[in-house]
Design a protein around this ligand. Structure first.
Ligand SMILES: NC(=O)C1=CN([C@@H]2O[C@H](COP(=O)(O)OP(=O)(O)OC[C@H]3O[C@@H](n4cnc5c(N)ncnc54)[C@H](OP(=O)(O)O)[C@@H]3O)[C@@H](O)[C@H]2O)C=CC1
Ligand SMILES: Cc1cn([C@H]2C[C@H](O)[C@@H](COP(=O)(O)OP(=O)(O)O[C@H]3O[C@@H](C)C(=O)[C@@H](O)[C@H]3O)O2)c(=O)[nH]c1=O
Ligand SMILES: [Mg+2]
Length: 296
């Protein structure tokens, strides 16, 4: 299939550009300035030029704290641009996979979130992503909204790479231990998208394969639990790690945007409908560290 990946420099976009050709797909990854989700005219032009048979939107305004001060910029990309992209996909009759986030939830639920649970974003980023989900689903019945969480990988910037960097510099780190969720590695998300694309291309509007799906790693942990496992595995590979990783509360780590205390996603629907199982993030972490630490 000819596939358009929207986003080029992002961590998931780079992983998709590496993974999808392995299934024989012809892949074009476009980002700014050629395809700028904040500039509507570039969206239509890029889609027409590539003439894709499927589109994956891996681009977003992702600066969670900065979004609090840049509401218009966040909504322009995450809502308006994403909705327009969905319109283009609908116009061409091709399926769209649109990636979204756990931050659409308020985090007060006592247990993992299912796809139809009530949303309630705590910040501008989450609100703009929720508006984007709604715009995409309204514009195009043959779309998948794939909500994931705590995305990490070898490419781009993420919590894993921040921990490795800070861990090499400092003797002590403090990491929040009262936000619950699970890391999701870009390699696993790319694999999941690769597995669902052929079915989506064949499925008509109204098919159960479209709609909202949750996909994150297992087992559930906290950011502190994730950091602890990162340093355990990194130390095993000879990397310099901090002597202490203190468990702190969210109150002790003030940030501009509020994060949900519970980001746990119930991923049973994607398993039932698409046959895709959540990956053990500890295994994916090990693979990512093999690449990251051997490169020095
Ligand atoms: N990071 C995370 O922890 C999580 C991410 N997600 C979602 O996953 C998806 C992928 O995120 P991730 O790979 O981490 O994101 P990154 O922050 O790594 O990359 C974002 C990408 O979006 C592109 N982008 C930003 N603005 C525009 C624009 N106006 N037009 C075109 N492209 C633009 C960036 O390009 P450029 O570099 O040129 O600006 C970049 O390629 C997003 O939908 C995100 O909301 C969901 C849950 C967790
Ligand atoms: C660097 C650092 C972070 N933290 C906390 C802050 C935050 O609660 C948590 C994770 O930090 P981050 O900066 O990665 O958080 P954040 O950028 O909010 O990560 C989010 O990004 C968006 C795009 C999403 O969609 C979410 O799923 C989520 O992954 O760890 C510490 O406690 N100590 C530290 O030293
Ligand atoms: Mg971040």
């Amino acid at each position: 299939m000819r596939i358009l990946i929207v986003g080029r420099s992002g961590q998931l976009a780079q992983e998709l550009a590496a993974r999808l050709p392995r299934d024989g797909h012809q892949v074009t990854a476009l980002g700014q300035p050629e395809l700028d989700l904040a500039r509507p005219e570039t969206i239509a032009r890029a889609v027409e030029q590539v003439a894709p048979e499927a589109i994956v939107n891996a681009a977003a305004y992702t600066a969670v704290d900065r979004a609090e001060d840049e509401r218009d910029a966040a909504f322009a990309v995450n809502e308006t641009g994403s909705g327009l992209l969905a319109q283009e996909a609908a116009g061409r009759g091709v399926p769209l996979v649109h990636v979204s986030t756990d931050y659409v939830f308020d985090g007060t639920k006592d247990g993992p979130y299912a796809e139809d649970d009530v949303t309630g974003p705590q910040g501008v980023y989450g609100a703009s992503k929720l508006a984007g989900e709604q715009a995409v689903l309204a514009a195009h019945p043959r779309s998948v909204v794939l909500r994931t969480a705590w995305v990490c990988g070898a490419h781009g910037n993420n919590f894993l790479k921040t921990m490795l960097r800070l861990g090499a510099e400092r003797e002590k780190l403090s990491v929040v231990a009262d936000q619950h969720g699970a890391p999701t590695f870009t390699a696993d998300i790319a694999e999941a998208i690769a597995r669902m694309l052929p079915g989506l291309a064949a499925a008509p509007a109204g098919d159960a394969r479209f709609g909202v799906f949750h996909y994150s790693g297992l087992p559930f942990t906290t950011w502190h639990g994730f950091a602890t496992e990162i340093f355990r595995q990194a130390a095993g590979r000879g990397a310099k790690v901090p002597g202490e990783v203190a468990a702190i509360t969210t109150d002790q780590y003030p940030t501009k945007a509020k994060r949900p205390a519970n980001s746990r996603l119930d991923c049973t629907r994607i398993t039932a409908v698409h046959g895709i199982d959540p990956a053990d993030w500890r295994v994916s972490l090990s693979t990512a560290l093999d690449g990251l630490l051997s490169r020095g």
